[in-house]
Design a protein around this ligand. Structure first.
Ligand code: FMN
Length: 320
């Protein structure tokens, strides 16, 4: 659908920290380094959340920096191969940005890339609204990576438009990711606006990390006392050597007993349960027994079998 200039009167851009032309800046990232870790992530080296953003006039950039600071996560600027000049975003005429937004096949090239996307399980994704939608370079970005199973929390800045269909349309280009409902912010949004929004939207399931034989897993954790107890143990890291049992599960000792609420349940492939209060079992085939549910690995049957159908595994929990 073509957009009309009616959408974009100068008033609409009021309050966005200056019109594009007045605050135009050239992105300053050094492409060679791809990821610029925040001071904290440099020291911890364990971040599994990434804040990635595209920004031409730095409104989105500022909020992305707030997000990265609050989450203590790495920050990645999506740098276009061909930098957007002031003329390119002069939306009142036939500018490059308008032409791209009107062209479904447009995929502006990105100069830099994320070296290892697999280490992130959550991506906070920021962009400016261009004609009600995400800039086409955002499509180039999401289509460039395997985002399967990753949680994506989108946000945008705009003069006044809501996030609208911009994120749901972008999600169509990476349908295997878990897209959370996005949010629009004014350029004037404060650090605490961003921090509160992140706290409300990135729930606890992203705060305990599971790796199996070194590979990060996308897990939805149950909300119960047993998971709380496990999270507190995982703060210091918990490595469980698991062994295959019965042709349907991997199981191993926690090393201590934790609170349990066992019930006779049917477990599905991918389920993680507490057994007898002091062991964890993770299933690649269905089973039924008395357990306390802990969580579920969001993966296909073949991925589960690849990860679990073997003599033994190393099951590691850590807290971010
Ligand atoms: C080509 C273009 C189209 C835009 N379209 C809209 C729009 O539809 N609605 C709106 O509220 N703001 C629109 N804006 C304003 C930007 O969304 C806003 O200034 C944004 O905060 C810029 O982010 P940035 O500084 O990170 O690049 C547009 C700006 C440009 C350059």
């Amino acid at each position: 659908m073509r957009m009309t200039l009616l959408l974009l009167c100068p008033l609409l851009l009021a309050g966005c920290g200056g019109t594009p032309s007045s605050s135009m800046q050239t992105p300053t990232s050094t492409p060679a380094s791809s990821i610029g870790p925040s001071a904290h992530s440099e020291s911890s080296g364990e971040s599994t959340t990434l804040v990635a953003y595209f920004s031409v006039t730095n409104n989105t950039k500022k909020l992305a920096e707030y997000a990265s600071r609050h989450l203590e996560s790495e920050l990645f600027e999506i740098v276009p191969k061909q930098v957007y000049t002031q003329e390119d975003i002069n939306y009142n005429g036939d500018c490059r940005a308008n032409r791209e937004q009107n062209d479904d096949s447009s995929r502006p090239e990105i100069l830099n890339q994320i070296a290892d996307i697999s280490k992130y399980d959550t991506i906070v994704l920021g962009y400016p609204i261009w004609w009600g939608q995400a800039p086409k370079i955002m499509y180039s970005f999401v289509e460039a990576y395997d985002l399967k199973g990753k949680t994506i929390l989108p946000f945008c800045t705009s003069g006044s438009s809501p996030i609208g269909t911009s994120a749901t349309n972008l999600a169509k280009s990476a349908p295997e990711a878990n897209w959370l409902t996005g949010e629009r912010f004014a350029a004037s949004a404060s650090y605490s606006d961003i921090a509160n929004w992140l706290d409300a939207n990135l729930t606890k399931e992203t705060t305990m990390k599971l790796t199996i034989d070194g590979k990060p897993q996308n897990v939805t954790w149950a909300e119960n006392e047993s998971v709380k107890a496990l999270k507190s143990i995982a703060t210091n890291g918990l490595t469980i050597k698991m062994e295959e049992y019965g042709g349907f599960e991997q199981t191993g000792p926690i090393g201590q007993s934790i609170v349990r609420d066992d019930k006779n349940i049917d477990v599905e492939p991918g389920d993680i349960v507490l057994y007898a209060g002091n062991q964890i079992s993770v299933f690649y085939k269905a089973h039924a027994w008395s357990y306390t549910r802990l969580g579920h690995i969001n993966a296909s049957q073949s991925e589960l079998e690849n990860a679990l159908k073997k003599d033994s595994i190393e099951f590691v929990l850590s807290e971010k």
